[in-house]
Design a protein around this ligand. Structure first.
Ligand SMILES: Nc1ncnc2c1ncn2[C@@H]1O[C@H](COP(=O)(O)OP(=O)(O)OP(=O)(O)O)[C@@H](O)[C@H]1O
Length: 230
């Protein structure tokens, strides 16, 4: 479903993503784990196209997207939940979700599935986004991404700043989403317990390179924890 080959991204003359290659299949969740500053956000932004890449390819369902604008990538099946959520705090919950419908033909209708996944968003649909808790805002950001009916959902550090009890809810929601929509999920993370609940495979990124890969059942948590500790 998602096929990334030899992706390179630089800020000016400083390379930050260096020859990253991975595949993620339909119905598969993969996690990219790494410490602060290792390139997770840069990788995610280059996949969705808010940052350009200086080489390599990004294919979704066999279609090359790496030279396309972000909105074309969304049409091509990618959706992005950014770090820090970036919801519109003065818009209602409902209108926040609608902003994700821009690439879809039926622009007004929010599918019932979305509210079934996140009942709290239905209860709070007329409230302003800024009045939601961090965990609710994370659910909102995921809902906004899902309404474009993506084939590949990208999430950048979804647990950042979220309480442990709510982190469990986010993991449950991602697993439900994977089953319900049979899509591909790529999540960048630093929280290993969360990753172990959602990921079928995990990679470690260090200085912009993928240096380790494991299937979930093969993960030795101490090894990954070492990569994540400073
Ligand atoms: N706009 C920018 N201009 C120049 N360098 C940048 C820019 N943004 C990030 N970097 C550098 O690129 C590298 C990777 O940063 P990135 O934000 O992708 O890491 P990260 O793994 O997502 O970290 P975090 O967990 O802190 O978000 C770091 O060395 C960072 O200083």
């Amino acid at each position: 479903m998602l096929n990334v080959r030899e992706l390179n991204v630089a800020y000016g003359s400083s390379p930050v993503i260096r020859g990253v290659s991975f595949n993620a299949g339909k119905g598969e969740t993969i996690a990219i784990m790494g410490r602060n500053g290792m390139g997770k956000t840069t990788l995610m932004k280059s996949l969705i196209g808010s940052l350009g890449n200086s080489g390599g390819s990004i294919e979704v369902d066999g279609v090359e997207l790496s030279k396309k604008e972000s909105y074309q990538r969304v049409k091509g099946g990618l959706a992005f939940v950014p770090q820090g959520r970036q919801i519109f705090s003065t818009l209602s919950v409902e209108d926040n979700i609608r902003t994700g419908l821009e690439t879809v033909k039926d622009r007004r209708k929010i599918s019932d599935n979305i509210y079934a996944l996140f009942p709290v968003l239905y209860d709070m649909r007329r409230r302003k986004g800024g009045n939601l808790s961090g965990g609710q805002q994370q659910q909102l950001a995921i809902a906004r991404a899902l309404v474009s009916q993506p084939k590949v959902l990208l999430l950048d550090e979804p647990t950042e700043g979220i309480q442990p009890s709510i982190i469990k809810d986010i993991a449950k929601a991602l697993n439900e989403i994977k089953q319900m929509y049979d899509l591909t999920i790529v999540v960048s993370e630093q929280v290993l317990s969360f990753t172990m609940e959602v990921a079928d495979r995990l990679f470690v990124i260090e200085s912009g390179k993928l240096i380790h890969e494991d299937k979930r059942e093969d993960v030795q948590e101490e090894t990954i924890a070492k990569y994540l500790s400073v």
